[in-house]
Design a binder for this molecule. Structure first.
Ligand code: AMP
Ligand code: GLY
Length: 428
């Protein structure tokens, strides 16, 4: 049966979600709240609803006979949008507020992992800055300091020296740089390994992993410079071989979903495990309660199965026995960012070359764009994601940078080494 779908969010992740949902024969009309100019080519963008106003979201959904609401970002999940939709008898893809604590509170996540013996870094929790500092001085560096709550990806400091860790504690707990998110902190052991992202569909009982991916968080080539929301991604990530994948599913994903259910916080939706692979063993760096950005931009184009069906199965608890088909190609996403990003940057720069790039057979997912007098302009730090698929990573990378070469806006910058780690590995 066909249904109308509403996607909450406005970034590259949501553009990729809408792009994939729109391919389903089950999708009738798609709405995005608020969406962006790229999404507007595939869906109706609704800009006059405040997502924090759950009654307004429900009212719109009821008036437009929405059969499925897909919640992209973490904030509305942590704020209970899925709970309110479900209470109004509207199907939602995404966990309830209680379940989204897995991302919303690092302390909740760490305590759950400790209780259920899910592999992660050793840690201590502090609500007192002096006690935290004493602990850091005893443990020494490198060491990792994390604000408990949501901090737009900025609440984690990987300190190379004790002084850096002490400063981080001051910044989070005394200066309250992240507000109440820093009332309590986690101080944890530094894990030395390679990171990967493993996303999974779950209906609260069954867990089906997606194809493993890797993102690039630092702004400059060679993993140097400041942390960003993500400068690119690729999939599959060869670091997650069959052994690592099995271990991640059996020791992390399944036990976590089971634990959440036992705790009375049944987790449904996309469960994102940020992994650190240390000597072939995956450990949890963090959980996210949503699809990753920019991982989604490479994972969904490789998904051959129907996303609408999968999302409904997650919401309805009927995922058991479902198989998911993946393409055997590789996907690469290069993010084109505004000059200065992740620090302050200018907006409103005209964007050239998108159609030329598309003619080269690439996908362009919009993240921070806007329309001005019929012209496409920049409106965010991460502006576009250029995505290519090809028979292997090397071919996908080559195709990608050719397309990147025809796009331009003033100040545009990007990483030149997306997927380089995987390509170097395959040379070994
Ligand atoms: P998070 O927001 O928890 O994913 O942390 C952001 C980034 O900090 C991660 O992607 C890792 O690169 C790094 N990180 C977090 N925790 C650790 C840890 N215990 N050891 C090493 N690196 C870490
Ligand atoms: N790519 C990291 C995240 O979505 O949190």
């Amino acid at each position: 049966m066909e249904l109308n779908i509403m996607v909450i969010g406005s970034g590259g992740r949501e553009h990729a979600l809408v792009w994939k949902l729109a391919q389903s024969p089950l999708a009738e009309k798609i709405y995005a709240v608020p969406g962006n100019p790229g999404i507007a080519e595939l869906a109706t963008c609704v800009e006059n609803i405040n997502v924090k106003d759950h009654a307004a979201v429900i009212d719109f959904a009821q008036r437009n006979e929405i059969g499925l609401v897909v919640i992209g970002p973490e904030a509305p999940l942590v704020e209970g949008l899925a709970d309110d939709l479900i209470a109004a008898d509207i199907k939602a893809f995404g966990p309830t507020a209680a379940a989204a604590q897995l991302e919303g509170s690092k302390i909740f996540a760490k305590q759950l992992m400790k209780k259920y013996a899910i592999p992660t870094a050793r840690y201590e929790i502090f609500s007192d800055a002096d006690a935290a500092k004493d602990y850091v001085r005893r443990e020494g560096a490198p060491i990792v300091v994390k604000a408990d709550g949501l901090a737009a990806g900025k609440g984690v400091i990987v300190a190379q020296t004790v002084d850096e860790a002490l400063n981080a504690i001051d910044e989070i707990m005394t200066q309250k740089s992240f507000g109440a998110a820093g009332n309590r902190i986690v101080v944890e052991e530094f894990m030395d390994g390679e990171e990967a992202s493993l996303l999974a569909f779950t209906d609260g009982k069954t867990v089906v992993p997606m194809i493993p991916s890797q993102d690039h968080k630092r702004v400059d080539d060679g993993d140097l410079g400041l942390n960003t929301g993500g400068m690119g991604s690729y999939a599959p990530a060869p670091i997650v071989d069959q052994n690592v994948l099995n271990a991640a599913v059996e020791k992390i994903l399944k036990p976590t979903v089971e634990a959440m259910s036992k705790e009375g916080k049944t987790y449904r939706g996309c469960l994102y495990a940020g992994l650190m692979i240390v000597n072939g063993e995956p450990k949890v760096v963090e959980f996210n309660a949503r699809f990753g950005d920019p991982e989604t931009q490479v994972v969904l184009p490789l998904l051959k199965s129907d996303l609408v069906e999968l999302m409904i199965a997650c919401a309805d608890g009927t995922l058991d026995g479902r198989t998911i088909d993946w393409s055997d190609e590789s996907a690469v996403c290069v993010i084109l960012a505004s000059g200065g990003y992740p620090k302050s940057y200018r907006k409103g720069m005209a964007i050239d070359g998108i159609n030329k790039a598309k003619a080269l057979g690439v996908l362009i997912f919009h993240a921070g764009t806007a329309q001005r007098d019929g012209e496409l302009i920049t409106s965010g730090g991460r502006v576009l994601g250029v995505v290519t698929l090809d028979k292997n990573l090397r071919a996908a990378v080559e195709k990608n940078y050719k397309a990147v070469g025809v796009i331009n806006f003033e100040g545009m910058h990007f990483r030149h080494d997306i997927a380089a780690r995987a390509l170097n590995r395959s040379k070994e």
